[in-house]
Design a protein around this ligand. Structure first.
Ligand SMILES: Cc1cc2nc3c(=O)[nH]c(=O)nc-3n(C[C@H](O)[C@H](O)[C@H](O)COP(=O)(O)OP(=O)(O)OC[C@H]3O[C@@H](n4cnc5c(N)ncnc54)[C@H](O)[C@@H]3O)c2cc1C
Ligand code: FES
Ligand code: FES
Length: 476
């Protein structure tokens, strides 16, 4: 018997026996003929296919803004999928009307995605709406014709309208004509649907999918016709959530970048985590992309890999009842090659909690501030006693075939004084330890220069009382 995927599509329950790897975008447009959701890049980069995905959490539904082109249909089981058709009411919603009033649409191709991102922002957990928040909410939506000034005016209008509210509830949003009335009944409706009934029963799947934001870009043409395992349906408890145990932070491999950046335990460990994570992809992608997927994809530029490597993390790998723990620095073997054995699943990332007063910094150099991969990225964890470096780990991406823990560079610093001389002294060691190649992101020489600059940035940001950027240029 073919497994059925049952979910709430706007205000209607649907069940389908299409393959779980079919993208939600194709399902919507080809099966449901819901063509309000547009097809642009099919790679998560334009936002034209943006939809809302609601999941029952307790008695409330938690809505996330996600790209439907990278979303497997099987993930919808027991959830609420909202398309632009699903927010239609007898009149335009406040968001739609504002887009018209401020001239923020021309050809209209990007508009449904923008409407969904803005609606998702208002529906989300923001305690205080802000123009800056709206700008970030639109970081994954490209518009080729209108330009963004009019969209900023829409944002300013929405903030003026609702900005003084601490939190907009579903009832508020219905009363304000942002979403239709049927949203009120969604929690009850979802409670009757099994949350993860889908078990496709295949023992040897072709594809293991977490957030899908990497694998659909690479293999999107063949996944719909292949056997898949959707890890988000996994019952391995430790793959979800973040917990502290024995002075270690255990992070489930399915933790998304959005969850990572907002978790109180992570904010305590890395106070600037939100600033760092905002440089990764877009809001839509961060709502889906997992830390585990970032590591296993093994890109030499993976931002999550670089941060977690700098924190000297450990990885927990499981296959059936077998379980092993591997230092993350030993996981990457070559370009996109890892020590993961066939059939193994990365279940947890474990960060040993550093002793106080350890400091952490992450740097990402890319051509654009948002929605761009790094040319070079780097993380540094360091503990000093006074001005003497006692513990340090520096990781760097884009300078080798793998995300690299700079062992020799880190070792050089030990027990040395925080000074321009120390940092300049490490440059030859650093240059010897890295092996960047020229490519579309920049020449090898340029990456060598950036490697040096990010080290300076780490120290000057973390220890402004000892080191200033100008000190390096005054002595050069
Ligand atoms: C528009 C766009 C922008 C992006 N920008 C960035 C960026 O700025 N920085 C960045 O680092 N990345 C970026 N990415 C890449 C991607 O989003 C990340 O690498 C993401 O973390 C991958 O996670 P995922 O859960 O989506 O992985 P998936 O696509 O689901 O999986 C990736 C690979 O890992 C395997 N896998 C996943 N989880 C596990 C597990 N737990 N155990 C075993 N195998 C597993 C899968 O089988 C697959 O081979 C971007 C992607 C897009 C589409
Ligand atoms: S089609 Fe471009 S993000 Fe999905
Ligand atoms: S209005 Fe044409 S792409 Fe945005």
């Amino acid at each position: 018997m073919v497994a059925q995927i049952c979910f709430l599509l706007n205000n209607r329950e649907v069940c389908t026996s299409q393959t779980p790897g079919t993208t939600v975008l194709d399902y919507l447009r080809q099966t449901e003929k819901f063509i309000g959701t547009k097809v642009g890049c099919r790679e998560g980069g334009c936002g034209s296919c943006t939809v809302l995905l609601g999941e029952l959490k307790g008695e409330q539904v938690d809505y996330k803004v996600v790209p439907s082109c990278l979303l497997p249909l099987g993930e919808l089981q027991g959830k609420h999928l909202v398309t632009v058709e699903g927010i239609n009411q007898s009149q335009l919603s406040v968001v739609q009307q504002a887009i018209i009033d401020f001239g923020a649409t021309q050809c209209g191709f990007c508009t449904p995605g923008i409407v969904m991102s803005l609606t998702g922002y208002l529906l989300g957990n923001e305690t205080q709406l802000s123009e800056e928040g709206i700008k970030k909410a639109l970081s994954g939506n490209l518009c080729r014709c209108t330009g963004y000034a009019s969209l900023k005016r829409v944002g300013a209008f929405l903030v003026k309208l609702f900005g003084n509210r601490t939190k907009l509830t579903i009832s508020d949003l219905i009363a304000e004509k942002i979403i239709p009335e049927y949203f009120q009944n969604v929690p009850v409706h979802l409670s009757h649907l099994a949350p993860t009934a889908l078990e496709n029963g295949q023992s040897t799947p072709n594809f293991v999918i977490a957030g899908g934001t990497d694998i659909y870009v690479q293999q999107g043409d063949i996944i719909p016709d292949s056997q898949v395992t959707l890890l988000n349906h996994s019952w391995v408890r430790e793959m979800k959530g973040i917990r502290i145990c024995n002075r270690q932070i255990h992070i489930g491999a399915l933790t998304t970048f959005a969850e990572f950046a907002t978790h109180p335990k992570i904010i305590k460990l890395i106070p600037d985590i939100q600033t760092y994570v905002q440089q990764i992809a877009s809001w839509q992608i961060r709502n889906r992309a997992t830390l585990g997927g970032n590591i296993v994809a093994a890109s030499p530029l993976g931002d999550g890999s670089i941060m977690l490597l700098g924190l000297e993390s450990l990885l927990v790998l499981k296959k059936g009842v077998e379980r092993r723990i591997l230092p993350m620095k030993d996981f990457f073997l070559g370009y996109k090659k890892t020590a993961k054995k066939p059939g193994e699943i990365l279940t947890e990332i474990v960060i040993p909690i550093p002793s106080l007063p350890t400091k952490f910094n992450f740097e990402k150099i890319s051509k654009r501030q948002y929605l761009d991969c790094a040319i070079v990225n780097s993380a540094m964890k360091v503990r000093c006693e006074g001005d003497i470096i006692r513990e340090i780990a520096v990781s760097m991406g884009g300078v080798s075939a793998i995300p690299l823990l700079l062992k020799q560079t880190s070792a050089y610093f030990l027990d040395k004084k925080l000074s321009v001389k120390t940092i300049q002294g490490v440059f030859p060691v650093l240059q010897q330890e890295i092996s960047p190649i020229s490519g579309v992101h920049g020449s090898a020489d340029y990456k060598r220069l950036l490697a040096r600059q990010v080290l300076i940035a780490h120290f000057t940001k973390l220890f402004p009382e000892f080191l200033q950027v100008r000190d390096f240029y005054a002595t050069n």
